[in-house]
Design a protein around this ligand. Structure first.
Ligand code: PLP
Length: 341
């Protein structure tokens, strides 16, 4: 089966699996005190800066919730887009485990900007009001769009002017970096990001994400928060080995570039199909489109994918590091048949 539902429908990149297999020899100390984890943390320092504090967790949801929990008290609020994963796709775990409140603003193709955030920046020091603490953005966004470094910097400046922090959900940061042809520090550290959830799973790993604090002082309780949050991997060497495979050479970029290129190819094909309209700028590895319900149902008999917005209706198709040109072309042919029904 080939799926265009999500980049996490793909398997594990063979180099990542080989690295896990190679790590599967002998005994080593658990809970991150192993050489694989140490080398992977060194690689995160190389990509994001020597001074960062970096920790591995299993899931992207956990990276977000625990990273935010490290910098928020329960009377704080986190400002994000209505479409943010933390707002709509984490089953309320930010509220349950973090305890803080999410305040949302309507995004433009998944992105928020200072003008949208400013009206929520009030009530500081007012005892009846949750205290704005973090602006959270997703890079690339849930709609597949990217923030430019200037756009990230503007939000970081706004946060810092108000004594707040900027969090980035970088579940697909590699795709954003590939799209903008920038290194990952240029999109995070150099733009004033304070806390980053850095994704591995969607870019060819089996599991594993990192939480990165650009000011290590923000991380001073994180080891306890991670353990209480049930995300301290006992056999952490397998997470470390995967990140080593991804970040040691150019695999992170090759995978992301390939996924993005396949989405561009898909968009090109979709644009030629009458009755199907692309609804979002295609900048990374997602294509959003509108077509009739009948066409959607017919295509869903051949492929599994998500209807993003039932009302429009709008669908989401995603490509992955292992999507082939043949997969894309076959999908477009099927789309052509279904759209004509
Ligand atoms: C933008 C974004 N952030 C976070 C996550 C969470 O990842 P996980 O499913 O590993 O919890 C996802 C997963 O789809 C995502 O798309």
């Amino acid at each position: 089966m080939r799926s265009f539902a999500s980049d996490n429908n793909s398997g594990v990149h063979p180099d990542v699996l080989a690295a896990m297999q190679a790590a599967n020899a002998g005994h080593c100390v658990g809970y991150g005190e192993d050489p694989w984890t140490a080398r992977a943390i060194d690689l995160l320092h190389r990509h994001f800066g020597d001074h960062v504090a970096a920790y591995f967790v299993f899931l992207g949801t956990a990276a977000n919730v625990l990273g935010l929990s490290a910098v928020c008290r329960q009377y704080h609020s986190v400002i994000c887009a209505e479409t943010a994963h933390i707002n709509v796709d984490e089953c309320g775990s930010p509220e349950r485990f973090g305890g803080f409140k999410t305040l949302t603003i309507p995004p433009e193709h998944g992105k928020i900007a200072p003008g949208g955030v400013r009206p929520l920046l009030h009530g500081f020091g007012f005892v009846h009001h949750s205290q704005p603490r973090v602006i959270s953005i997703t890079q690339c966004t849930e709609l597949g769009t990217v923030y430019t470094p200037d756009e990230v910097r503007a939000l970081a400046d706004l946060a810092h002017e108000h004594g707040m922090l900027l969090h980035m959900d970088g579940a697909r940061l590699c795709n954003a970096a590939a799209s903008l042809d920038l290194d990952m520090a240029a999109l995070t550290r150099d733009c004033g990001v304070d806390v980053l959830s850095f994704g591995g799973t969607k870019n060819g790993m089996m599991y594993g994400e990192a939480v990165i604090f650009f000011d290590p002082a923000l991380a001073h309780d994180f080891v306890y928060i991670r353990k209480q949050g049930m995300q301290l991997a006992s056999k952490m060497r397998y997470v470390g080995a995967q990140f080593e495979a991804l970040l040691g050479g150019g695999l992170w970029l090759d995978n992301a570039r390939h996924a993005n290129a396949m989405a561009a190819r898909l968009a090109e094909g979709v644009r030629r199909v009458p009755g199907v309209e692309i609804t979002r700028p295609v900048q990374t590895n997602a294509v959003f489109a509108r077509m009739t319900r009948r066409a959607i149902e017919a295509l869903q008999e051949r492929y599994f994918f998500y209807v993003w917005d039932e009302n429009l209706p709008e669908v989401r198709w995603m490509t992955s590091y292992d999507t082939t040109e043949g997969d894309v072309d076959a999908f477009v042919r099927d789309l052509q048949e279904c759209a004509g029904l």
